[in-house]
Design a protein around this ligand. Structure first.
Ligand SMILES: Cc1cc2nc3c(=O)[nH]c(=O)nc-3n(C[C@H](O)[C@H](O)[C@H](O)COP(=O)(O)O)c2cc1C
Length: 183
């Protein structure tokens, strides 16, 4: 099973990246083949539908790792009541061929004390647009859920453990169903 984690903040040392790293360790501890894709490190061109953007090495890399993934875990910051522009732009380079019959788990990281619920609802809608199976569980993380060193508080770790387990569960179920269908 391959899980692809998106850290959806374009900012270096973002809170989204810290939460994504925590999720990464959960998957690793369960023996999962997991990759963390950080949008502050992988700078994509702006999607404009032109051939040269699809030929861009970062776009090809993104499409390849998305194609190889069996399940997705998104950590999105809440920016102006929605997901980051960087994450939406990345998703504009992907489509149903990357997400079809693959489960997707959502976590939002906010700064305003409301836990990123708008970003979660926004991302749920966008993932439906690319054909992913968005799971019912979701996790909200506020900036007060991280300490000064960026470590995530225990209560949040419990919520993250629950959503990562849900993703592992449904990814395994779908993989089993698909392998039975091709037997
Ligand atoms: C451009 C911008 C817009 C933001 N808008 C919101 C918002 O609407 N609601 C909120 O709770 N926090 C908002 N924040 C705070 C972020 O959600 C907060 O910094 C959080 O840590 C996630 O961002 P990060 O992963 O880039 O660190 C905003 C931050 C930025 C940079």
């Amino acid at each position: 099973m391959k899980i692809l984690i998106f850290s959806g903040s374009p900012r270096k040392n973002s809170n989204s990246q810290k939460v994504a790293e925590t999720a990464f360790h959960f998957f690793k501890s369960r023996g999962i083949d997991v990759l963390l894709y950080d949008l502050s490190a992988h700078v994509l061109p702006i999607f404009n539908g032109e051939e040269e953007t699809f030929a861009h090495p970062e776009v090809k890399h993104l499409q390849k790792i998305a194609e190889q993934a069996d399940g997705f875990f998104f950590c999105t910051p809440e920016y102006h009541n929605g997901i980051s522009g960087a994450l939406k732009n990345a998703l504009d380079f992907l489509n149903r061929s990357h997400f079809d019959q693959k489960p997707v788990s959502l976590t939002a990281i906010s700064g305003g004390g409301k836990g990123g619920i708008n970003a979660l609802n926004n991302l749920r809608l966008v993932i439906r647009g690319v054909g992913g199976l968005v799971l019912p569980g979701q996790c909200v993380v506020d900036k007060t859920d991280l300490d000064d060193t960026g470590a995530v508080h225990e209560a949040v770790k419990e919520r993250l453990a629950s959503v990562t387990e849900e993703l592992i569960h449904y990814t395994a179920l779908l993989q089993k169903k698909q392998s039975t269908a091709t037997d």
